[in-house]
Design a protein around this ligand. Structure first.
Ligand code: SF4
Length: 157
């Protein structure tokens, strides 16, 4: 969802390891943004069955997502273009049930460590992609899709 710093895996102090040592609510804005691994999974459309509330994940990307980079093309002004885009906050992360199991915010909210491919741990901004955890190889741009129902995934990404 945003850009990532080029941190080195040699970081050792509590300050440098903020993603391990501090609660989500205590992160600065820059740290919060850096926690996103850039996978793009949360930027895929979902369908919810009205009667049951069951959620269906699709491989269709929000129109603002660049499916070659996995990045939002209008991150700073995304709400102007996509009013129902969700602003993640510590409370929202706890409340929401659709963040992928690999999402760094979800992992930290559950008290789990970041995976070893996370850019904060590798120091490589492209390590999410290199680990095959990004949507870039299988997401479909919204403009090429007629019916979301035809793009439902068999399991959550
Ligand atoms: S799923 Fe989580 S880590 Fe991945 S892009 Fe969305 S907010 Fe960032």
């Amino acid at each position: 969802m945003t850009t990532h710093p080029s941190r080195q895996s040699t970081a050792t102090t509590d300050e440098e390891l903020f993603w391990e040592t501090r609660a989500l609510a205590d992160l600065t804005e820059a740290e919060w943004e850096a926690l996103c691994d850039g996978c793009g999974k949360c930027c895929l459309h979902k369908l919810e069955e009205e009667e049951t509330g069951q959620l269906f994940h699709t491989n269709v990307a929000c129109r603002l997502l660049d499916v070659r980079s996995g990045r939002c093309t209008r991150y700073a002004e995304r709400f102007r273009w996509v009013p129902d885009c969700v602003q993640l906050t510590p409370a929202e992360v706890r409340r929401t049930h659709w963040l992928p199991a690999t999402c760094a915010y979800r992992l930290r909210a559950e008290g789990q460590p970041l995976p070893d491919w996370h850019p904060l741990r590798t120091g490589d901004p492209r390590s999410t992609q290199r680990a095959g955890m990004s949507v870039i190889h299988w997401a479909t741009p919204e403009r090429r899709v007629r019916r979301l129902e035809d793009h439902i995934l068999e399991r959550a990404p």
